[in-house]
Design a protein around this ligand. Structure first.
Ligand code: SAM
Length: 376
């Protein structure tokens, strides 16, 4: 396969339902390098799994360029799954891939794994363990990333699970690490980490990729100090639930409320389910994998708790938080309340006023502001 062939495929891909813009592409040089490297490690009969595909470039590239009939795929983000579905339809490749959660179903018998390296080492560790644990003996893991995002810590994590980890020459600012000779794994996988959070007197379950791991984020800790001031609700949503600490605490406080915890990340959803179970709340908390509550009815909730993403870089965080405020505006019933915590320098209040309704500052400490917005 020539570069030109991948080029035509890649140019046809869309990021939808994620934001689309002229300067945003649905693929990157790492996708291309992973696929070109994979040519040397595969035949049309090779069983292949793809992990961390953003919008489908790796999956559809493997199907188009490596001669294989079928690939198995794991994507953490709900929007990534929708984008792959849509792009596969456009490419006439529905049915030629199967989506799976990270685990045995995804990896059993697999001989070649193509991985877009995650940012967090814990997520990489969970992935490396799963490949070493479930893939075929002799399987090869091609882990690719942008050079500027790659750290020696990534090599160390891979070396813990594989006897051989070889960095390849960088190309177009991307690099591949070839990992093979899986080492024997411990009987118990490293994730989820399940442990007590003594300051809240609950147990937290955390998969590798979840925000804050098994710890309590300091913004969340601050928002929790306002629990008593929040109105009794019939339906509460923990929007962007991560490990589900907010959902757990509100479910314990508001015994009559129906509680929904929802996140775009599959790792968060698995973690929140684990946390609910560990605290005896599995029957009280419904956990949904979704993008910005798209599956919830308009005006169906009377309380939403939100600690929006803030650590991703200026433009992205504003967009991601805005999306969640817009979603809250849609899902809150008139008179319902959104309680949000954010870094005080962010000045979200005018936006909250505009999108949702009258917004009071309920508290502020040196770092964070907590606001209450009433749906008009
Ligand atoms: C700052 S973390 C807060 C996590 C958790 N509530 C806590 O307090 O520890 C923000 C969370 O929002 C999720 N998120 C970001 N954008 C989202 C979207 N469009 N829909 C659903 N969840 C989203 C992220 O995956 C992440 O888990």
């Amino acid at each position: 396969m020539t570069e030109l062939d991948f080029g035509a495929l890649f140019d046809s891909l869309s990021r939808l339902p994620d934001v689309e813009a002229d300067n945003l592409q649905a693929y990157d040089a790492t996708d291309r390098l992973l696929l070109e490297t994979a040519v040397g490690f595969s035949s049309p009969r090779t069983r292949i799994a793809v992990i961390g595909d953003r919008y489908g470039a790796l999956t559809l590239g493997a199907l188009a360029g490596l001669g294989v009939e079928h690939v198995r795929v794991h994507q953490d983000l709900f929007t990534g799954r929708l984008a792959l579905q849509r792009n596969a339809q456009m490419a006439g490749a529905e049915g030629r891939y199967s989506p799976h959660e990270l685990g045995r179903e995804l990896l059993e018998g697999v001989e070649l794994v193509l991985l877009q390296l995650p940012k967090a080492l814990a997520e990489l560790e969970e992935t490396a363990d799963a490949v070493a644990r479930f893939a075929a003996p002799g399987a090869v893991l091609l882990a690719g990333g942008r050079v500027k995002h790659m750290t020696v810590g990534m090599n160390s994590v891979l070396e813990k699970y594989f006897g051989s980890v070889q960095p390849q020459l960088a190309r177009q600012k991307s690099r591949i690490l070839v990992a093979r000779d899986a080492r024997p794994v411990d009987a118990a996988p490293p994730f989820p980490v399940v442990g007590p959070l003594p300051e809240l007197d609950i147990t937290v379950s955390a998969q590798g990729a979840v925000f804050a791991g098994a710890r309590l984020d300091i913004g969340t800790r601050y928002l929790l100090t306002f629990l008593d001031r929040m109105p009794q609700a019939r339906c509460v949503v923990d929007l962007g639930c991560g490990t589900g600490i907010l959902a757990t605490m509100v479910a314990m406080r508001q015994k009559e409320a129906r509680v929904i915890a929802t996140d775009q990340s599959a790792a968060a959803v698995a973690s929140a389910r684990g946390t609910a179970m560990a605290n005896g709340l599995a029957g009280r908390i419904t956990v949904l994998h979704d993008d910005a509550m798209s599956s919830l009815q308009p005006a169906s909730a009377d309380l939403i708790l939100l600690n929006p993403p803030f650590h991703l870089g200026a433009s992205v965080h504003a967009g991601a938080a805005l999306r969640m405020f817009e979603a809250a505006a849609r899902v809150l019933a008139p008179g319902g309340e959104l309680w949000t915590v954010y870094n005080s320098h962010l000045r979200y209040r005018p936006t909250l006023e505009r999108l949702i309704g009258p917004t009071e500052e309920e508290g502020r400490n040196p770092k964070f502001t907590v606001t209450r917005s009433r749906k008009r």
